[in-house]
Design a protein around this ligand. Structure first.
Ligand code: ATP
Ligand code: GLN
Length: 144
């Protein structure tokens, strides 16, 4: 995978400490994406079942052929992952690696600035709330 590692060089606009990586994916790629994310230490993930309309149009997933029907939305999953700025690119990279087939309908990724993260249980905010036990930061620091 060819992507720059220096995360400070990403000038996402608007600037924020945290971003939400929101990905619309083919449902059958979800297990692959999820396990790869977990392996990289990304543990906080929210998934929703959604229906959408893109270049794939209303055509159903591949097993149903490419017949165009305007009134049927395609079933997708939406993945939402909030991470600190330095982890955005690894999340994007992992999703592309695991979700891409090269065919129309692979989906899209949106990067959204997030103003704050609050852990309800403790009231912690910011980086304290975003960091998770056994998360990527811990994983990386245990390797050194
Ligand atoms: P606690 O230690 O209190 O359990 P936590 O940080 O582990 O806090 P949870 O309360 O276990 O978080 O998370 C509840 C739900 O919030 C998860 O099931 C997931 O859907 C969502 N979630 C948590 N963290 C993130 C994140 N960073 N990005 C996206 N969704 C998240
Ligand atoms: N950034 C967090 C950590 O390093 C993990 C966040 C997440 O899993 N979404 O612990």
């Amino acid at each position: 995978a060819e992507f720059p590692v220096d995360s400070d060089s990403y000038g996402y606009i608007p600037q924020a400490e945290f971003y939400k990586v929101e990905a619309i994916l083919r449902p059958w790629r979800l297990p692959h994406v999820a396990s790869a994310l977990l392996k990289s230490g990304i543990r906080g993930v929210t998934v929703s079942d959604v229906r959408g309309f893109g270049a794939q149009g209303g055509s159903r997933e591949r097993q149903a052929g490419s017949e165009f029907t305007e009134d049927s939305f395609v079933t997708k999953v939406k993945l939402e992952i909030v991470v600190s700025k330095d982890q955005v690119e690894v999340v994007i990279e992992t999703i592309i690696d695991q979700a891409r087939t090269g065919e129309i309908g692979d989906g899209k990724i949106f990067v959204v600035p997030v103003a704050d993260v609050i852990r309800i249980r403790t009231g912690e905010r910011g980086l304290k709330a975003e960091r998770m036990a056994g998360g990527r930061t811990e994983l990386l620091s245990n390797m050194n």
